[in-house]
Design a protein around this ligand. Structure first.
Ligand code: NI
Ligand code: MN
Length: 232
């Protein structure tokens, strides 16, 4: 399999775009009401939208962006049903432990320990994360909102190039547990997310970056909103 560059753009909070083989994969698109966002929901490209769980800071602008772009939305069965009730038709349900092959590569839903109720109080199923085996040859793990889980150790077998991990504490792993997660997953590079958006999750990201490099023997890239990098 040929390796092509994969561009990752951080939009602030937990919103990330992955550009691989010409496909734009938008994860947890939260722009409206996101204090960290520098662009709006009309400014982003999407061929696929992945939603990790039902909380408002992750479902975010999914409905509006999917309507505008026609993107295929991939989420758990319950969220997909809810999105169908909001008028979306291009939907693909997955559930934890299950994966499917899409034009960009394989996407498997992974375990997350968290909640998943939808903004209107509807049941959002279990929260998850995503393991993406991109056709470009890169493997990306997007943890979603989660506590540290020992199941992350299985991911060490997947040769993860980039692990996108929450580090903000309070609602998810904090820096100490995120370092343990890096030890379990053994990715080449870590991208920290879900920090500094609100006072509850204020975090010293530079200190975390230093710890990843020194203690966990992985690379760590810190991006400001709308900054991008190519997965090494
Ligand atoms: Ni959440
Ligand atoms: Mn969240």
């Amino acid at each position: 399999m040929a390796v092509h560059p994969v561009k990752v753009t951080y939009h602030g909070h937990a919103t990330v775009s992955i550009e691989s083989d010409g496909y734009n994969i938008l994860i947890d698109p939260f722009f409206t009401g996101n204090p960290a966002a520098k662009i709006g929901p009309d400014d982003v490209k999407a061929d696929f939208i992945l939603v990790s769980h039902g909380h408002g800071d992750h479902v975010g602008d999914t409905v509006a962006i999917a309507k505008r772009t026609g993107a295929l939305v991939i989420a758990n069965f319950e969220i997909v049903n809810w999105l169908g009730n909001q008028g979306l038709e291009n939907l693909h349900p997955l559930h934890i432990g299950g994966g499917n092959t899409f034009p960009f590569g394989r996407c498997k839903m992974t375990i997350a320990h968290h909640g998943s109720s939808l903004p209107d109080g509807a049941y959002g199923g279990n929260p998850g994360g995503f393991l993406l085996k991109l056709n470009s040859g890169k493997t990306v793990y997007f943890a979603g909102d989660t506590a540290l889980t020992y199941d992350m150790k299985f991911l060490a077998e997947d040769n993860v190039d980039l692990a996108i991990l929450p580090i903000g504490d309070n609602f998810t792993m904090g820096p100490d547990d995120a370092i343990k997660a890096v030890d379990l997953i053994r990715p080449v590079t870590v991208l920290p997310i879900h920090y500094n958006t609100w006072p509850y999750i204020e975090t010293d990201v530079k200190a975390f970056q230093d710890r990843v490099i020194k203690e966990a023997d992985a690379g760590c890239i810190v991006l400001a909103p709308e900054e991008s990098f190519l997965i090494p």
